[in-house]
Each structure stands twice: as C-alpha cells, then as structure tokens.
Design a binder for this molecule. Structure first.
Ligand code: CU1
Length: 129
C-alpha cells in the first residue's frame, strides 16, 4: 500500500519536472529570438549608427536608419576590407584593422553595398523616415 503511494508520487514529480523543463526551453528559445532578431536587423534611432566588420561579415547585415543619419563602418577584422556602394554612391579606401569610414545617408531608399576586396561580403542600409 505504502509502496504504491510512493510510486504514484514519483510519477507526479517526473511530470512536474517535464513541465518545468519544457517551460525553461521555451524561455531560452525566446531569449535567442530576442538576441538574434536584434542582431540581424537593427534600427538606429540616434544621429549616428555603426556597422561592424568582423570575420568577413558586415553586422548588422541590414541596418535601418532615418534620413540624414551618418553610418560609420568599423573594421574589427584582422583582414583589410572596404565598403563600396552599389551604383557608386560611396566607396571607402581599404580599411585596416580598427579603421573607420563614415557616410551620411540623406535620402530614403535601400542602399546595398559590398566589400570590393571580397565581393561576397554584402550588406545594406535602409533609409526610412
Ligand atoms: Cu573584405
């Protein structure tokens, strides 16, 4: 009789643990979405915004800014990179490690750019009021 009761309680404990584990997984998942969602597409509301260059990637790959925002590209990679606007609107010199290049985006639109040294490196600045 007592054994039966204990067995019953053990099963109830496992059920509670499973529910707690499931809720914890959902929580971790939400944290990941929050974190990576912001990294993938960032909105810059202040006067200046920054795009970092690291490990052959522009980050964020898509940056949304208001018209008149100066975007600064900073090379944090150990390799030289540059920033070339598609259509020739802007073009930086080769940026060594920790070098910066700034450009002010005045008109609304989508401005795609790439690295002239490694053309597979791409990003865009979206200028929206
Ligand atoms: Cu590059």
């Amino acid at each position: 009789m007592i054994k039966n009761l204990e067995a019953h309680r053990n099963w109830a404990d496992i059920g509670w643990l499973a529910a707690a584990a499931a809720m914890f997984s959902v929580f971790i998942g939400m944290m990941f979405m929050l974190f990576f969602g912001q990294t993938i597409a960032a909105r810059a509301d202040d006067a200046g915004a920054t795009v970092g260059i690291d490990k052959f990637l522009f980050g964020p790959a898509a940056l949304t800014v208001k018209p008149g925002t100066t975007v600064t590209f900073e090379n944090h990679d150990g390799m030289a990179h540059n920033v070339v606007g598609v259509g020739g609107l802007f073009r930086s010199k080769a940026l060594d490690t920790n070098d910066k290049f700034s450009f002010t985006f005045d008109k609304p639109g989508e401005y795609a750019y790439f690295c002239g040294l490694h053309p597979f490196m791409k990003g865009k600045v979206i200028v929206a009021p």
